[in-house]
Every structure is written in C-alpha cells, then in structure tokens.
Design a protein around this ligand. Structure first.
Ligand SMILES: [Zn+2]
Length: 255
C-alpha cells in the first residue's frame, strides 16, 4: 500500500477511497451456486472469478481505474475501502493511518458520538486529512463526530442481502440501503450477501475535536489513554461533543 499524491478536483481534495467515473460497477449477472465453504447454495456470479470473493463472501465487482475520468465525491470504491479498513490506511491519502500501538482517528457524519461497539464502514483518517475532508465532503459539512479509537476489529460487511427465491436484494431499513452482516452470522445469511463495504467495530473511543488534535503528519494525533485523556493541542482537555461545522464551500452538484 502506498500513499497517494494529493489529488484535487474543482478545488476539493479527492479521497483515495472515492470512486471515479472510470470505475463504474461492472455489469454482472448473479446466479445460484454451491458454496462449499459456506455449506450450501448461495449467491454467485456467472463467470465468477476467485478475486470476486473475500473471506468467502461475494463482493460487488468494480473496475480498478483510479484517476480515470471524474471523481464522484460521495461514492465509495469498495475494494479500496476494504483495503483501507483491513490495512488501517487513511481513507484520504492511503498511507498508514497511525503507527503501531497508536490510536486511530475515525470520523463520521452526524451528531451521534462514536462509542465502543459501533460498527463503522468509514476507514480511519489522519488528523490533517480529516481537516480537508470536513472542508470538502458534503456529508461532513454540517455536522460530524470524531473519535480516537484504541482498537478497531474486523467485524463484517455492509452489502445487499439477496432473497434466495427471487435473486433480488431485500429492502434495507438503513438509510444507505445496505444491510450490515457480521462474519459470525449464520452461513445461511452469509451465502446470500453481496458485499460492498468492509465494516469494523471500535473499542476504547474518546471523542475529540479536529481543531484540538495536534497537527502531526502521518499520525492520527496523540496517544490514546482513558486516563489521562488524549494529548491535544494546548494541553490536556476533556473530550468534546459532536462538532457542528459550517462548510466553507458550496455543495458540489452530483455529490
Ligand atoms: Zn491521510
């Protein structure tokens, strides 16, 4: 995994996990097939390749053509998102998100603080890259929550849960339209998921304000410890509630 050079489009910094127009999902026909590793019939592709599966689960097949065409801010390239999660890479620059033993910074849209046990599909991020993300990403522009996390564990996937009888996706109650499924779910459920995101669960979370994090390139910020609190610019401070942020740029079309 190598860090990306900084890419900008219309003045906005382009995250490494963003999808480009040259990376549209490939037209694939789903079918039923015997999945020996999962002990029964499940979802597969016609002309399926070994690379279509990760940990035995079927993944959406998308082209790998980063930098081709226009970036689609707000759309995520699934395989790069998965690599960022599994290798603890910054979602913006694709460099290691924090040195071994150091806490990881996570950033999500919305008012709800990140707490232990949360399942996240947004990969970790550097403090300095997070500043660019909240400036440029429409989803984070109004309000976001950030936390330093002691440990992020592999948990499962977010994807489309197919109905065996119809080979159509079930409706999801989640606003993303995706269904979260842990790797420890019954095989009967794992066989019928089409994964599009990797999900981790986080432990040892301390809410932080981005403007309080020390600006240390290639690290998430200070060392995390419940007592004393994380090292922040200007000394030791108590964790902060979710932060409301005024976007300094107009919301771009198509995001
Ligand atoms: Zn970064």
């Amino acid at each position: 995994m190598t860090a990306r050079g900084r890419r900008y489009q219309q003045g906005m910094r382009v995250p490494a996990i963003a999808r480009w127009t040259g990376e549209a999902p490939l037209p694939m026909r789903v079918t039923r097939r015997w999945l020996a590793g999962l002990g029964g019939e499940g979802l597969g592709y016609e002309g399926e390749l070994p690379t279509d599966r990760h940990r035995g689960l079927l993944w959406e097949r998308v082209a790998e053509a980063e930098g081709e065409g226009r970036v689609q801010i707000g759309l995520v390239h699934g395989p790069r998102q998965r690599r960022a999660m599994n290798h603890r890479l910054c979602q913006v620059c694709f460099a290691r998100a924090a040195p071994a033993g150091e806490p990881l910074l996570f950033l999500v849209a919305g008012t709800r603080p990140i707490t232990t046990g949360d399942r996240l599909t947004s990969p970790p991020i550097h403090a300095e890259c997070a500043e660019d993300a909240v400036r440029d990403c429409p989803d984070l522009a109004d309000v976001y929550s950030a936390a330093l996390v002691q440990r992020a564990s592999s948990w499962g996937v977010a994807g489309l849960a197919y109905q065996p009888a119809t080979l159509k996706p079930r409706p999801s109650r989640h606003r993303t339209g995706l269904t979260l499924l842990p790797y420890y779910a019954p095989a009967a459920d794992l066989r019928w998921i089409l994964a599009v995101r990797e999900a981790v669960t986080v432990h040892g979370c301390t809410p932080v304000r981005l403007e309080d994090l020390a600006s240390e390139p290639q690290t998430a910020g200070g060392r995390l410890s419940p007592d004393p609190p994380p090292r922040l610019r200007g000394g030791w401070r108590v964790p902060a509630p979710p932060h409301r942020h005024r976007c300094r740029r107009p919301r771009p079309a198509g995001c």
